[in-house]
Design a protein around this ligand. Structure first.
Ligand code: ATP
Ligand code: MG
Length: 425
């Protein structure tokens, strides 16, 4: 598998004033072409620093991509850095000068003298035509390693990459494939999950397995490198089935799947309906559910019952229960879910009641305590969750909403299995 370094130049990038989007875009293109990116490097507008990085890259990879610094001003130093790295002089490239003059003429302007520098090329380099700007790109071999210097302006860079660079890289990659797949999980922390799949996560293994986590969701990303697309697919399939065998139902989907999307598909498949009664999540579960197109097939509606009075008036929660147990209790969570199912006439209902903080916690009921109620055709239950008293409000709310969706998912999966085995299919 061929390996690349991707270099961006620009003081504004190095200082964090502009977000470097070019290297991310290029690395994704390279992966799609079957080339693995080993390094992303950002250097300020400094010819010596750029030359040094180029020299290092030339000994460490099979292809170098560089963006930025091809403009006409004094801070555009890429041409000089390339010439220095190759140990050659810059010379005028007449066809590029013609292109520059024509570019300005087409806009009814005289070419400023300064722009002539954009037609300078290191000896033995090839100019890459710029179809949407002034600066040509440059292709040059550095100690035998091909290096492509592209404009910094993102749309110019993309157009030039697609037209002038991608076909050559495709030949260089020689059919190799670098494919990736993500499995989405819920219900196990990143470190516990990592323990269970530790052997698969060993560095240097192919496929490579890694995890990313956020607000209760843990993604497992699998990257497979192989001489052909089919071989890479086979490696991904093998790793996926291995992970599914070990992790079972905590995996809820892959790639573009989402938790509310999966819950919605299960509801649609079983012809069941859903409603929500939300206190501390303030409509977040309802938002996640209705983010899914077609949710009207199964979503009956929801109530945001924040004040005790609303819980009583809208969802028929018994005021004595609120008084005795407090609004944040399993009793009230169940009553909310049951109330929603009755009011909205749904088969399933999810509810939340908790303390999202940062204030309002007590030793008995700390910030982060959330009860999640679930009504199903077979009964009404509540689960106590502790999302951490130091967690930010948005984290507690999002984790609570996702936990409610995941409880629903597990319940629906159970119902589907039951129905299938019960009907003798
Ligand atoms: P120009 O002819 O416009 O000077 P150039 O090739 O010299 O083009 P730069 O001067 O480095 O490119 O950058 C031009 C513009 O593109 C700037 O606004 C810069 O912030 C933006 N840009 C450059 N590099 C990147 C990058 N890696 N990611 C996102 N934007 C970038
Ligand atoms: Mg510039």
């Amino acid at each position: 598998m061929r390996r690349a370094w991707v270099i961006s130049t620009g003081t504004e990038l190095a200082l964090g004033q502009t977000v470097d989007t070019n290297t991310a875009w290029l690395a994704a293109q390279l992966a799609a072409l079957g080339i693995r990116t080993l390094r992303h490097i950002t250097v300020p507008d400094d010819a010596d620093a750029t030359r040094d990085v180029l020299l290092q890259a030339a000994t460490a990879c099979d292809v170098i991509l560089l963006t930025g610094g091809l403009g006409p001003t004094d801070d555009d130093l890429t041409r000089q850095a390339l010439a220095d790295a190759a140990g050659v002089q810059l010379h005028l490239h007449p066809p590029s000068l013609d292109h520059l003059r024509a570019f300005f003429a087409a806009r009814g302007r005289e070419m400023p003298e300064r722009n002539t520098v954009q037609a300078l090329l290191p000896q033995a380099a090839t100019a890459l035509p710029n179809t949407c700007g002034t600066a040509p790109g440059i292709c040059i071999a550095l100690s035998g390693t091909p290096c492509y210097a592209l404009p910094g302006v993102p749309f110019e860079m993309r157009a030039m990459f697609e037209r002038e660079v991608a076909p050559a890289l495709k030949r260089l990659a020689d059919g190799a494939a670098l494919l990736s797949r993500t499995l989405h999980t819920f219900g196990l922390g990143e470190s516990d999950l990592g323990e269970r799949i530790r052997d698969l996560m060993v560095r240097g293994r192919n496929p490579e397995v890694g995890t990313t986590a956020g607000f209760g969701l843990v993604g497992i990303r699998i990257n497979a490198a192989a001489p052909s697309h089919a071989d890479a697919e086979a490696l991904l399939d093998q790793a996926e089935s291995d992970l599914r065998r070990r992790l079972g139902s905590i995996i809820f989907g892959r790639d573009g799947d989402t938790l509310p999307g999966v819950v919605g598909a299960l509801l649609a498949a079983t012809g069941r309906t859903l409603s929500t009664a939300e206190s501390c999540t303030g409509g977040l579960i309802g938002t996640l559910i209705t983010d899914v197109a077609g949710s009207s097939r199964y979503n009956r509606g929801g109530a945001i019952a924040y004040a005790n009075q609303a819980k009583v008036a809208i969802l028929d929660v018994d005021p004595e229960e609120v008084e005795q147990c407090g609004a944040v209790s399993d009793v009230v969570a169940r009553a909310l879910a049951l109330g929603a199912a009755r009011k909205f006439g749904s088969d399933y209902a999810a509810s939340t009641t908790g303390i999202a903080g940062p204030a309002g916690g007590t030793p008995e009921k700390p910030v982060g305590l959330v009860f999640i109620g679930l009504h199903t055709p077979t009964g009404t239950t509540a689960q106590k969750c502790l999302f951490g008293s130091d967690a930010p409000r948005e984290a507690i709310r999002l984790r609570a909403a996702r936990t409610a969706l995941d409880l629903l998912r597990l319940e629906l999966m159970h119902a589907v299995t039951h129905e299938v085995s019960g009907s003798g299919r």
